[in-house]
Write a protein that binds this ligand. Structure first.
Ligand code: GLN
Length: 244
């Protein structure tokens, strides 16, 4: 199937509350990498109170505990819809605070536990230390294998059951600085602590997510054409194994 005649629908979940450290750059990257290939993008910003419509890809960024509280309630009230979308093959990408709410719960330091929507079998508890710095991750499903970004979180996330990590931490702390894992993935749900924003400097992961979303929409694998990623790849490679 020719990529030029294709369409993809992308939803940005609660950007007025969860959009820390330029996480919007992930939406811009996904949109541009589709449009540069002639793939039409239908985009919807979903805010508090909005109905959750069908989309091929849902993105949610990071935020402070306070903003997470507000979004957690809204996410939980729509959890059945999100779980149905997950089981229908929709792609989800959650960054940090958004990622934490993909699990069963997030327990902040001095506040009641926030319910997650259980898109993946994981949970998060606030740690005593804030992890801040660059992260390099080695995955087993991307080519090149590496993902780079930076982390700023006190939450400690533990993945379990069928949830796989996004990859192994080479530099940085990742999920909890103990098990060596960074991020989580289950079905087409991906969560990570990598801000940066993540996708502009990891174009291979952006294309991986776009391919999954197109496969969900059209029911077949669609090979994406190559783009001139000289600058993106230079940036990516310059950050590999760099702690700061
Ligand atoms: N408030 C959460 C934490 O500190 C998430 C922070 C973020 O999204 N960067 O772990």
């Amino acid at each position: 199937m020719e990529e030029k005649n294709l369409k993809i629908s992308i939803a940005h979940l609660y950007p007025k509350l969860l959009n820390l450290y330029g996480d919007l750059g992930n939406i811009i990257t996904l949109t541009k990498r589709c449009q540069w290939r002639g793939i039409e993008v239908e985009f919807e910003q979903i805010n508090i109170g909005d109905k959750i419509k069908n989309h091929d890809l849902y993105f949610i960024g990071g935020g402070q505990d306070k903003q997470q509280e507000e979004v957690a309630e809204e996410l939980y009230s729509n959890r059945e819809e999100f779980l149905a979308q997950r089981d229908d093959g929709a792609v989800f990408l959650g960054i940090c605070g958004g990622y934490q709410l993909f699990g069963h719960y997030y327990k902040p330091h001095d506040k009641d536990q926030l319910k997650g929507i259980s898109l993946m079998d994981a949970y998060t508890v606030a740690g005593k230390k804030r992890f801040i710095g660059n992260v390099t991750v080695e995955t087993d499903f991307l080519s090149p294998k590496t993902l780079v970004g930076f982390e700023n979180h006190s939450g400690l996330t533990y993945i379990q059951g069928d949830t796989k990590p996004l990859g192994n931490v080479v530099v940085g702390n990742g999920n909890n600085s103990k098990d060596g894992f960074e991020g989580g993935r289950f079905k087409n749900v991906f969560g990570t602590y990598l801000h940066g924003s993540l996708l502009p400097k990891n174009p291979h992961f952006a294309d991986y997510l776009i391919s999954l979303a197109l496969e969900k929409r059209y029911g077949e694998k669609i090979k994406l054409s190559n783009l001139d990623d000289f600058i993106e790849v230079q940036t990516h490679n310059s950050l590999i194994n760099k702690p700061y």
